[in-house]
Design a protein around this ligand. Structure first.
Ligand code: UTP
Length: 234
């Protein structure tokens, strides 16, 4: 079975504890698990930013604040494993090597962050490289990659397809403080560029978009690839 690495933004899975999409995503992932070998990297979401905010208020450094972010991503990963029940490998992978090992079980593998100074998008990009994924999916809270942040710039335009080089130009100037929120972090963009694994950025606020994209190849989002070939459907 082809391997798919999914970076599931905390902003779509866990905008807050009250508005979580755990049950919906568990159902979508379960339905896809017979079609592909799934490895999911879960973000921190609103709660991670709240905890990081407290650390900042206390005057704590960025690296230590990142560690708190990582703990929250792992907490969210634990919740998703619980929601997936028997379909998931029962333990949160704490390294890429562990994730690779757990994938041999045939179950859905779930992990969060691993190291300060990056986001879970970077974790997922390297995981895609290490397991030889057919595609790297990024489910986030915008419907693709824009020329600028569409939440801040009304003139931002959306791309259907771009090269990894163009992606690097777009995210190159963005900051990477603890809890920072850009469409993809620079570390992830660099890994996408070197790995040649196609990246698909799509709107994860409706979990059904993921099913549509993987099974029909129809989706609104952005493909980042050197090749002009659509990496989906699988
Ligand atoms: P993410 O930035 O990946 O979660 O991790 P998110 O913001 O919910 O994801 P999106 O924006 O929806 O895609 C939250 C924070 O945890 C720390 C960083 O501070 C990050 O901003 N983190 C996460 C790390 O330091 N290292 C990691 O490997 C992962």
């Amino acid at each position: 079975m082809k391997k798919v690495v999914l970076s599931l933004g905390g902003s779509v899975l866990m905008p807050s504890l009250e508005e979580n999409r755990l049950a919906e995503y568990a159902s979508v992932l379960r339905s896809l698990s017979g079609k592909a070998s799934l490895l999911v990297v879960v973000g921190g979401g609103g709660e991670a930013r709240r905890y990081i905010g407290i650390m900042r208020d206390l005057g704590v450094d960025e690296g230590t604040s990142d560690e708190v972010g990582i703990l929250i991503t792992r907490l969210n990963a634990t919740l998703l494993i619980a929601a997936l029940g028997d379909n998931a490998y029962p333990k949160v992978a704490e390294s890429h090597a562990e994730a690779k090992k757990y994938a041999e079980s045939g179950k859905i593998v779930v992990m969060g962050g691993i190291t300060p100074g990056q986001t879970t998008d970077a974790v997922a990009a390297v995981l895609a490289e290490r397991v030889g994924a057919a595609v790297f999916l990024n489910a986030t809270s915008v419907d693709g990659i824009y020329s600028a942040d569409p939440k801040k710039d009304v003139n931002a335009t959306r791309f259907d397809a771009i090269t990894p080089q163009k992606l690097l130009e777009i995210v190159g100037g963005t900051a990477l403080g603890a809890g920072s929120n850009t469409v993809l972090d620079i570390v992830a963009a660099r890994v996408v560029e070197r790995s040649n694994i196609p990246l698909v950025v799509l709107d994860g606020r409706d979990p059904k978009n993921l099913t549509e994209a993987l099974l029909t190849g129809k989706f609104r989002g952005t493909v980042v690839s050197k090749s002009k070939k659509n990496p989906l459907p699988l």
